[in-house]
Design a protein around this ligand. Structure first.
Ligand code: AMP
Ligand code: MG
Length: 328
């Protein structure tokens, strides 16, 4: 799966990160999905700093990262059988499970007061070592300002959060490059809360059909589930799907975000091809970096392909959909 050899931070930096987490600090660290902004999940004051640094609303709960499925059982209880089957198949890996929470270990600020907790075991040696050596579960959202494009390199983290973070561990570019798939498991069955780096088809092959809540609600209505906000992952430059881009836009002042080389490439000022061979895994890995590069050019608009709605295409479309200018 890896297109990049992964770099390793120095042992002294890792040791410092461990000390910082233990002391209630906030540390950015690599995972296989995107860079996380981590703090001791059992320390409400440390977690409060994550919300401040990101300017993230307190109603949007965080994912708790643990070192193993056994450690997940210390923070979630009454797990349905589907949870162990999914954990066995996909952990460590980019799958987050939303499960009944053990309130005695995870404070309210992490879960936004919900009776459930989101948990995952990351598949990255630096993340696992940090969690293990700190000896606590680590609450971590993506290491960017709330609503903006997620970071897939340490440089992205420094650009958007810089000095606000106590330390940025550099583990090279993230392998998957797109966030985890989030599945809620409860008495009422299973629900896909966020498409992500593991295709929903793969998950359904293990636990059967997974429900999809409706995300698009009436304008102004609250989100169907926390985090399912309509606008997110957004570039500062307006982004349109190619079918929806206004005709009056001067293509010579626009950027094109495309899976493979598009026929109309010459019309655009800049172009980002996500995978010359049309590979969705490669496309997902480079998506956020390509969005950032186009965003830095001061273009009038970014015009993106819509991807096939299967496998990783579902997750890519979800991110582009939320970045896009809403259709009126
Ligand atoms: P991020 O940390 O930016 O990757 O986003 C984490 C996502 O997990 C957000 O969309 C949250 O709303 C979602 N999430 C975390 N905890 C829960 C929970 N208990 N129930 C539902 N969604 C959750
Ligand atoms: Mg995020």
């Amino acid at each position: 799966m890896s297109a990049h050899p992964s770099a390793r931070p120095l042992e002294s930096e890792l040791a410092e990160a461990v000390q910082l987490v233990r002391a209630g600090g906030v540390v950015a660290f690599p995972t296989e999905t995107v860079y996380g902004l981590g703090a001791d999940a059992t320390n409400p004051r440390a977690v409060a700093r994550i919300f401040e640094i990101k300017a993230r609303p307190r109603f949007d709960p965080l994912i708790v990262h643990v070192e193993s499925a056994a450690a997940a059982q210390a923070i979630a209880s009454d797990c349905p059988v589907e949870a162990s089957r999914l954990a066995e198949r996909f952990w460590p890996g980019p799958l987050t499970l939303v499960l009944p929470r053990r309130a005695e270990t995870i404070p309210d600020i992490v879960t936004a007061g919900l009776t459930t907790v989101a948990v995952r075991v990351p598949d990255h040696p630096v993340a696992i070592e940090l969690i293990r050596r700190a000896g606590v579960p680590i609450a971590a959202p993506s290491a960017n300002r709330f609503g903006s494009v997620s970071p897939t390199t340490a440089a992205h983290v420094r650009e958007s959060l810089g000095a606000a973070v106590d330390l940025v561990l550099d583990g090279g570019p993230c392998r998957a490059g797109i966030e985890s798939t989030i599945i809620a498991l409860g008495p009422e069955g299973s629900t896909l809360l966020r498409p992500g780096a593991i295709g929903i088809e793969e998950i359904e092959s293990i636990i059967g059909e997974v429900g999809r809540p409706q995300r698009r609600l009436a304008p102004g209505a609250p989100a169907a589930a926390p985090g399912m906000l309509e606008r997110h992952y957004a570039t500062a430059t307006p982004l349109y799907f190619s079918g929806d881009a206004p005709r009056w836009l001067d293509r010579g002042r626009c950027g094109r975000l495309s899976l493979t080389a598009p026929a109309d490439a010459k019309e655009y000022r800049a172009i980002e091809i996500l995978s010359a061979s049309g590979d969705l895994r490669e496309a997902a890995a480079g998506l956020f970096a390509s969005m950032r590069r186009l965003d830095a050019l001061g273009l009038d608009a970014i015009i993106a392909d819509r991807f096939p709605d299967r496998g990783l295409g579902l997750a890519i479309n979800d991110r582009l959909d939320r970045a896009a200018v809403p259709k009126c």
